[in-house]
Write a protein that binds this ligand. Structure first.
Ligand code: PT1
Length: 268
């Protein structure tokens, strides 16, 4: 993916999950999902990330059939009605396959293509891939006692291994995006350390994606604020991430983030 660090990319989140952590399943219906995506495009989203399985801490897995029914009709409709690039947020190779055939041009995998056949599938589909760091084997268990030596160095070691695995499988290096995975097997202290030292991940020469929008790290810093009250905190975190080197920010509140990035761009 070609990135101009002066122009950070806004990835708008489109969750199509009845139990989604931040929209309570409001966007479960296909027509509603399209409307929400179109709204995010008008507000300034550069790419839409579509997911049918929640990956918030403790979330339960979803069957392949359910995930297909949730995301594929939305991708098909969005691909035909807009020009927006579409990212598929999944760890399942079957979903990757159908999503790219329906029009998605990026695979966003919180398991960093570690699942069975995921690496082979992503290679054969020849699209951009986002490798997310997660400690623990699944979102259901990842927040059970996260432990690191140096959290940034440990994640860099993980990126080293996954980048090498991708290249060995045949994925071009310039198709890889790195994401330290805020909230994926991390304490608040780990998340803050990663945000503060985000620029250290630039050593790979690859785009960095940061996703903190509405997450519990924002709520925790604001005295356990509820999800609806996390917008300003989330926008601020996105701005700090961009100042510290993020090329892509994954957000729910596209308009607010766009405004903040416009002000940042005006003074930098
Ligand atoms: C992310 C991300 C994602 N996050 C990428 N994809 C989620 N590339 C889904 C909490 O602590 O950061 N990067 N796809 C959502 N996952 C979480 C994790 C949601 C933690 C909430 C929390 O509240």
């Amino acid at each position: 993916m070609t990135i101009n660090s002066k122009n950070p990319i806004i990835m708008g989140v489109l969750n199509i999950t009845p139990d989604s952590f931040s929209d309570g399943g409001q966007h479960f219906d296909t027509a509603d999902a399209i409307t929400r995506a179109e709204q995010m495009i008008i507000q300034g989203a550069d790419i839409i990330d579509i997911g049918g399985e929640s990956t918030r801490p403790g979330a339960q897995a979803v069957s392949t059939a359910d995930e297909i029914n949730r995301v594929i009709p939305v991708i098909e409709a969005l691909y035909h009605s807009t020009n927006i690039p579409i990212s598929i947020d999944t760890s399942k190779p079957e979903i990757m396959d159908l999503a790219v055939k329906a029009g998605a041009s990026m695979i966003n995998d919180v398991c960093a293509l570690n699942g069975d056949s995921a690496l082979e599938m992503a290679t054969s589909l020849n699209v951009d891939v986002c490798l997310v760091h997660m400690q623990g084997s699944s979102p259901r268990t990842m927040q059970k006692d996260p432990t690191y030596g140096d959290v940034v160095d440990d994640i860099k070691d993980f990126f080293d291994k996954r980048i090498q695995a991708c290249i060995s499988a045949g994925i071009a290096e310039d198709k890889i995006i790195l994401d330290p995975g805020f909230g994926f097997g991390k304490t608040l202290a780990h998340n803050l350390e990663i945000l503060k030292r985000l620029h250290e991940f630039k050593s790979f020469g690859l785009p960095i994606l940061a996703g903190m929008s509405r997450k519990s790290m924002i709520g925790a810093l604001l005295n356990d604020r509820n999800i609806a009250g996390r917008v300003v905190g989330s926008v601020t975190a996105a701005i700090i991430a961009v100042q510290n080197g993020a090329d892509i920010v994954r957000v729910h509140d596209v308009l607010d983030t766009k405004d903040a990035l416009t002000i940042l761009g005006g003074v930098s």
